[in-house]
Design a protein around this ligand. Structure first.
Ligand SMILES: [Fe+2]
Length: 179
């Protein structure tokens, strides 16, 4: 990696580049998973979910590009192979599996929440360990996007439970609070 004179040591840059590459890998996998469910979903909520997931994978596509370009701005190189993404990502794929629509929503909500938890730790490390406020700010923006996407997915499942109890066995039905 080239030497940059931007007030960060090489060790600090390598540290944040590693965080950004892992984030990039998670976003890539989640992009693939979101597209797959956008294609596969069936049922009465088809159009809603098909469109919601299109919106979400478009957001993810923009975030992927921004993350890769931030890695370049810090003098690093983004991971750019499917194998590399799989090695670094923390979220899991579910191959050869076609779940119900509500299960698809639940899985994606869990993935977004996993990414939010990772980012929260990463933001702390960027601040305390690497003193890189730029990456901290960037990751905070990403985390807020995932919080919003996770909220939309969770809201969808909560709405579903009212109409189709028994759709997800073992799941406790929470009381509906009307504002
Ligand atoms: Fe499409």
């Amino acid at each position: 990696m080239p030497t940059l004179n931007i007030g960060l040591t090489d060790e600090q840059r390598y540290g944040v580049i590693e965080i950004l590459n892992r984030t990039l890998s998670d976003l890539y996998l989640l992009n693939v998973k979101t597209k797959k469910y956008h294609w596969d979903v069936v049922g009465p909520q088809f159009m809603t979910l098909h469109e919601l997931w299109q919106e979400q994978y478009e957001t993810l596509t923009e975030s992927i590009d921004a993350t890769a370009e931030r890695i370049r701005a810090l003098g690093g190189y983004p991971v750019g192979t499917a194998k590399g993404f799989l090695e670094l990502a923390t979220i899991k794929e579910h191959p050869n599996d076609l779940p119900l629509a509500t299960e698809m929503v639940a899985r994606l909500a869990q993935d977004h929440e996993q990414i939010i938890r990772n980012l929260r730790q990463d933001i702390d490390r960027c601040s305390e360990e690497f003193h890189d406020e730029g990456t901290m700010d960037f990751l905070t923006g990403l985390m807020e996007q995932h919080e919003e996407m996770a909220w939309m997915l969770r809201s969808f499942i909560e709405g579903e439970q009212v109409h189709s109890s028994g759709d997800r066995p073992g799941q406790e039905t929470k009381p509906t609070i009307k504002a």
